[in-house]
Design a protein. Structure first.
Length: 228
């Protein structure tokens, strides 16, 4: 009887842990919240999840933010905490639950649209990470939350193998930031293989050896807000 009870507890715990991975979760810095108010597709609200940075000094502010303009909250944290926030975002690798936002243009001008319409929480995590890091460069560096294979010339939001490779690139980039400091660094994707769809990186020189971002700071202009 004791053995059966023990087995039941193991199975029940496994089920709860598995299901909780896709329910509303508050981590130390990031909230994953269910929402059906962020986007409408064909007249129907998209039911899904949205990641958002939790304000350090809440002051009654809502925790869930549909847009990616979390920089004002990001600035409340010190540099060590900012690195911890970025590391926490990378923990969402493999989370294929649907994001409640449809693909949108966050660029500063009209750009070519991708074919991808919806995306997952793991892409949401990478995109929020990128917006927080590149700040005011985001409208031109990562206009859409869609990853692109430069060599194969195709969108890869549905390719887990390549997404995992990009998570690895981001982790190595973050290790470099921890070692070298946050006062001077390059954009996370700066090779010839992967990029964010419709990036203006070549035009603005983001891939050039002499291009550096001088510190993790919030944008001086509004970024991360859909312009469509």
């Amino acid at each position: 009887m004791k053995i059966l009870t023990y087995l039941f507890l193991i199975i029940a715990t496994a089920i709860l842990c598995r299901s909780s991975a896709y329910s509303q979760v508050y981590n130390r810095y990031i909230v994953k919240a269910f929402s059906k108010e962020c986007s409408i597709l064909d007249g129907v609200p998209i039911e899904g999840h949205k990641l958002c940075l939790i304000p350090k000094n809440k002051n009654g502010l809502p925790v869930v933010m549909c847009e990616y303009s979390n920089g004002i909250w990001f600035n409340e944290y010190n540099n060590d905490e900012k690195l911890a926030i970025l590391e926490e975002l990378l923990s969402f690798e493999g989370d294929t639950s649907i994001c409640s936002k449809k693909v949108c243009n966050y660029g500063s001008k009209k750009l070519k649209k991708p074919k991808t319409i919806l995306y997952t929480t793991q892409i949401d995590a990478l995109y929020l990470f990128t917006n927080l890091v590149v700040s005011s460069y985001a409208p031109n560096y990562c206009p859409f939350p869609v990853l692109f294979d430069r060599k194969e010339k195709k969108e890869i939001n549905d390719c887990q193998e390549k997404i995992s490779q990009i998570f690895k690139i981001y982790r190595e980039w973050l290790i470099g930031l921890r070692i070298n400091g946050v006062k001077k660094f390059k954009v996370p994707l700066n090779d010839e293989k992967y990029e964010w769809f419709s990036t203006q990186a070549v035009v603005f020189g983001y891939y050039k050896p002499n291009f550096w971002i001088n510190g993790i700071y919030p944008s001086g202009r509004t970024t991360g807000v859909c312009v469509e």
